[in-house]
Design a protein around this ligand. Structure first.
Ligand SMILES: C[S@@+](CC[C@H](N)C(=O)[O-])C[C@H]1O[C@@H](n2cnc3c(N)ncnc32)[C@H](O)[C@@H]1O
Length: 192
């Protein structure tokens, strides 16, 4: 059982654990070092598929190395591209879940970060193509330059979405020190 009191990533994983099934197709929109991709690859099983995207070669290489080591690359499609182009790679497939872990690559260039306009555009596309009943998690960070602005812009966009399309939730840790990551959750309940 995942300990949801630990941090936002543990809560996001808890939700995905409940809702992703063997054989599902899911999207990791920011694969970074591959830890989240690895988690998703475990959930979808050998008949499932994880589309994993990142704009940096270093991230794609890290994710490839990790998944290859674990013998799970056969269920992962790695895509080095901006997630605003995700539809070009999904070829009409409706993912059951999508994960956005915002900010910069751990141990990488801190100037290469997710940005409000591209994050919102990628979320907009993901919400449109997500299967009804599906989930999106957005782990966000407010401790780096631009992080709080991105969180505020994304929250404003999500708060304006119709209730007949999605339910939007926020999960917060109120007494953790040093800008703990936060979590926005989207549950798709209908079509536009
Ligand atoms: C916090 S890291 C992700 C951590 C990752 N999920 C893991 O398990 O290691 C954020 C990642 O987003 C990537 N990124 C930033 N802007 C992007 C964009 N527009 N499209 C795709 N990836 C992007 C960065 O290169 C970085 O690797």
């Amino acid at each position: 059982m995942l300990d949801i009191s630990k941090n936002s990533v543990s809560m996001a994983k808890h939700i995905f654990h409940q809702h992703i099934q063997s054989g599902d197709v899911v999207l990791d929109a920011t694969c970074g070092r591959g830890k989240d991709t690895l988690f998703l690859a475990g959930l979808v099983g050998k008949y499932g598929q994880v589309y994993a995207m990142d704009i940096q070669v270093a991230a794609i290489n890290s994710t490839y190395g990790l998944l290859k080591d674990k013998g799970l690359m056969d269920r992962v499609i790695l895509i080095k591209d901006n997630h605003v182009n995700l539809l070009e790679h999904l070829h009409g497939v409706s993912p059951r879940a999508a994960l956005f872990n915002l900010g910069y690559l751990p141990g990488g260039d801190k100037k290469i970060i997710t940005r409000p306009d591209t994050t919102i555009e990628a979320l907009n596309q993901t919400i449109t193509f997500l299967a009804v009943g599906g989930w999106i998690s957005i782990v966000f960070y407010t401790g780096h330059e631009g992080g709080r602005e991105e969180y505020e812009a994304v929250s404003r966009y999500l708060a304006g979405l119709p209730q007949s399309l999605v339910t939007v939730m926020e999960w917060k840790y109120l007494n953790q020190l040093n800008h703990p990551p936060g979590l926005l959750l989207i549950h798709k309940v209908g079509e536009l």
